[in-house]
Design a binder for this molecule. Sequence first.
Ligand code: ADP
Ligand code: MG
Ligand code: ZN
Length: 476
Amino acid sequence: MFETVIGLEVHVQLNTKTKLFCSCATSFNHKQNINTCPTCLALPGALPVLNQDVLAKAVMLGTALDATVNRTSYFDRKSYFYPDSPTAYQITQFYTPVIQNGTLGITLEDGTEKTIRIGFAHIEADAGKSIHDGDISKVDLNRAGTPLLEIVTQPDMRSAKEAVLYLKKLHSVIRYLNIGDANMQEGSFRVDVNVSIRPKGDEKLYTRVEVKNINSFKFIEKAIEVEVRRQRDAWEDGLYEEEIFQETRLYDQEKNETRSMRGKEEAADYRYFREPDLLKAVVTDEMFEKYTKIPELPDAKHERFVKEFGLSIYNADVITANIETACFFETMMQEDGVSAKTAASLLTVELPSRLKGDVNISNSPVNAKKLGFLAKRVDDRTISGKAAKDVLDALMEDIDADVDATIEKLGLKQVTDMGAIEAICDAIIAANPEKVEQYQGGKEKLFGFFVGQTMKASKGTASPQVVNEILKAKLG
Ligand code: ADP
Ligand code: MG
Ligand code: ZN
């Protein structure tokens, strides 16, 4: 029996306005090499100066991870050559990183809680980008020197699923803190997975393989699974020593396999030393005070939604998974008399099925206030849950449409007036004497027929509960 051992390294691009050590803009939608200056081009004589906003965001993350925030941290130089890095070294934090000894809790599929230990998180500068175009390669340095936080776990995860749960949680925390957009496709949340196997019960760590360049949660899960299989096969074939060694591999999503990219460098290869051009990074009392006050995080919101609104655990999972949905829900619940159940179903089922293409929850034509009001109209029985779907369809078509006016226009106002429904029931009963006789003679299935006919005659506007009650009374 084998056990899988996984440790994760995540590079998060921070959403500061300017780069880590210079005042160039961090936006990438500009023309190539526009956001550059002597510092990020590494021209001789230009000196880096730490962007304090980066430190502030690191304090926020450290707080969220329940970690030690080192009030004094240092920068180190990691030497290596890359065509898209003009310095031929990376400024990072190796010996004394800003964040140490954190944790992040995840909830496993069976509901148990697990704590993933975070060894450290450090600030570092990103490289530029190489663009390959046929025989020609070009370098764009707009990204060179933009700030990253690298967050490194202990080898605490035991399956691909656990790794993905951790990553989703971390992703969500970054978004809740609003320290980065964490867009995986665009590379602002980059994951390296370290994978090894060992016989169950063995405490020692075996050879780890690092898999890089995977840009979706789905492919991370697959990449881990296929790499674990490769290592197990090697073990079972008696080829573990020969085939599994410490290296960096790439995941090929088309072939669903990992491929050797390069041997893994050892720390010594990088010749780390204290960065001589920079001062130490100091988190002042004032900064610490200010940036340890962080917004409510996913777990706290989850707990509060369940307690305060009576939201089901399942819905709370879905709704708090990302900050936009969570805020949308809270706004909906501000409407008087809205139940969590109705709000959740409109928000997690009906709305998403109507969002297409570039339209998402943030720019939906039906905003939170409007959807909340629609939920209220269901809960105060003005319309049925079914009618709400038609109203929502219409609201999606016209951003200016008003909820009540649309209900009126579509004629979907539910009839709760007993007298009116009774009259319809009487008419249906009078028109079907044979069926009444059969029903009263014991053919109970026919009850559905009467309900259906009444609903139909009311054009679906009668409240089903009321129809049921009245028919029961009348038919005996
Ligand atoms: P490096 O600095 O060379 O990248 P680290 O020791 O910092 O190496 O580890 C990097 C990542 O690899 C960490 O997330 C760590 O938890 C993980 N890791 C280390 N050893 C193993 C192992 N045997 N199996 C799986 N993951 C491991
Ligand atoms: Mg590493
Ligand atoms: Zn610059």
